[in-house]
Design a protein around this ligand. Structure first.
Ligand code: AMP
Length: 223
């Protein structure tokens, strides 16, 4: 299964990607997670990316394209992946198409999730992330010690700096200007579907699965 999950911040791409990864034993490629890990470990990539991320801006295309190319060089990732947070610009999408051509990769679908922007601000204000394992939670579903401690690994939950309302507003502007135009790019591919991300998690997952099973093609064999 080779899928791109597309949509604004806070739409539920990460949550849906994790569910799909379990369902299809795919590799979850989240560029945001990869960058956060690099920042945490103070690698050259992390040092370069940090100021862009803190300000809610996009990390330059050449850096991101190099990162994805490196990820897709592993056989396991190449066979089955859920791309979450990439591509985010038309230049990234074109570079990805070139990579797929060179590697003999055929994409199964681009799922675009949509939510109202007020809901994005609300969700990100309530979103908490585990510092250790990266699991995502919503305050809507937490109480007691779960508010600060990860249910999965016991790590500390924190509110991402770029999930604060002012930065979220800026990230949404960046999304509208630089990322949303990609919808037209992928709409022409014929394997594009828009899904209502306002629905609850299980329902959105089911809609994605329904689409996948209706449109599933034969297993891909690289040329
Ligand atoms: P995310 O966790 O996907 O919301 O990503 C967090 C931040 O990482 C974004 O606000 C960007 O600064 C950066 N980032 C993640 N993916 C990309 C990408 N494909 N292109 C540029 N910047 C990215």
């Amino acid at each position: 299964m080779r899928i791109i999950l597309f949509g604004p911040p806070g739409v539920g791409k990460g949550t849906q990607a994790k569910l799909l990864t379990e369902e299809f034993d795919s590799v979850h490629i989240s560029t945001g997670d990869l960058l956060r890990e690099a920042v945490k470990n103070r690698t050259p990539l992390g040092v370069k990316a940090k100021s862009y991320m803190d300000a809610g801006n996009l990390v330059p295309d050449d850096v991101m394209i190099g990162l994805i190319e490196e990820m897709l060089n592993s056989d396991r990732a190449r066979n089955s992946f859920i791309l979450d947070g990439f591509p985010r610009t038309v230049a990234q999408a074109k570079a990805l198409d070139d990579m797929f051509d060179r590697m003999g990769i055929k994409l199964d679908g681009v799922m675009s999730l949509r939510v109202d922007h007020e809901e994005v601000v609300r969700r990100l204000n309530n979103r908490r992330m585990c510092r250790t394992c990266g699991r995502i939670y919503s305050l809507d579903h937490l109480k007691g010690k779960e508010l600060t401690q990860c249910r999965n690994c016991g790590g500390e939950l924190y509110h991402r700096e770029d999930d604060m309302p002012d930065t979220v507003k800026h990230r949404l502007e960046v999304y509208l200007k630089q990322t949303k135009p990609l919808k037209d790019f992928y709409r022409q591919s014929g394997r594009f579907i828009q899904i209502d991300g306002m629905q609850e998690i299980g329902y959105v997952h089911k809609m994605i699965l329904d689409w996948i099973y209706r449109n599933r093609t034969q297993p891909h064999i690289a040329d």
